[in-house]
Design a protein around this ligand. Structure first.
Ligand code: COA
Length: 260
């Protein structure tokens, strides 16, 4: 598939999705969001893809936010629609994907950029990365899930301060907040993500899908996560991966998961 604003590459079961608008610091315009939706969807449906890594092109930015030039003239209805559509097409979509998604935060991750990183299952940053939700400096609030996911990841007080000050934190502060899991040099960023992805790929993709659903259930107010866990745990017993994983353990050999 040829895209205008992103490119994708599959290697060793890992699909890398790169946002490619470096001159605009990879800002998310409508077309980019739609292309990202398609790319995440097709990687998720692709049986060979075990892990997705999302990053930004160039050395400066992961994503510097939603494209401000596109919404500067919007009214109330258009603003509401922008947030609702974006959450549905990209941010909630990524959070609920069956395939693990790692954000490789290679520079500025601001506004919608940090929101996309936070919708991913976890984050790894390069040491030049800067993260923040600067929306209130524009007279608006985060609209792609930032007011919900940032407190979940860093706690309410830190999230409130980051949102109210519209300030940026650096990679090491993000690490100490638990916003990112690892910090490395920009040069080593993708390699570190691929190493983690390779470890994930060795495990049962079916069990990982269940684990994503069970963990995500913890953050849904209308759902009892413990019940989801019981259900998903039970479902695993009906899978070929479970039969292979337990048999391989008992036979003292490495499991070869069929992914079913
Ligand atoms: N939307 C649209 N365009 C953006 C953008 C965004 N969120 N972020 C950066 N750009 C564009 C700039 O307008 C500029 O385009 P131009 O060269 O055509 O003028 C280009 O990207 C480079 O950005 P620039 O501001 O010149 O780089 P910088 O190194 O001086 O500053 C930032 C980097 C990230 C601090 C600055 O670009 C910025 O504050 N961006 C907006 C961040 C933001 O508020 N995001 C939340 C949006 S809700």
């Amino acid at each position: 598939m040829v895209y205008n604003n992103i490119f994708t590459q599959e290697n060793n079961g890992i699909t890398t999705i790169t946002i490619n608008r470096p001159k605009k610091l990879n800002a998310l315009n409508k077309e980019t969001i739609s292309e990202l939706h398609d790319a995440f969807k097709s990687a998720d449906q692709d049986k060979t893809t075990k892990v997705i890594v999302v990053t930004g092109s160039g050395e400066k930015a992961f994503i510097a936010g939603a494209d401000i030039s596109e919404f500067a003239h919007f009214n109330v209805d258009e603003g509401t629609e922008l947030a609702a559509k974006g959450q549905e097409l990209l941010f909630d979509f990524v959070q609920n994907l069956s395939t693990p998604v790692i954000a490789a935060v290679n520079g500025f991750a601001l506004g919608g950029g940090l929101e996309l990183a936070m919708a991913c299952h976890f984050r790894v940053a390069s040491d030049n990365a800067k993260m923040g939700l600067p929306e209130v400096s524009l007279g608006v609030i985060p609209g792609y899930g930032g007011t919900q996911r940032l407190p979940q990841l860093v706690g309410k007080g830190r999230a409130m301060e980051m949102i109210m000050t519209a300030g940026m934190i650096d990679a090491n502060q993000a690490l100490s907040f638990g916003l990112v899991n690892h910090v490395t040099s920009q040069e080593d960023l993708l390699d570190l993500c691929y190493k983690i992805a390779a470890k994930i790929s060795r495990n049962s993709s079916v069990a990982i899908r269940s684990a994503i659903q069970a963990v995500n259930a913890n953050y849904m107010s209308h759902v009892n996560g413990f019940n989801v866990e019981i259900q998903e745990f039970g479902n695993c017993f009906g899978t070929d991966d479970f039969a292979e994983g337990t048999t391989a353990f008992l036979e003292k050999r490495k499991a070869e998961f069929p992914g079913e």
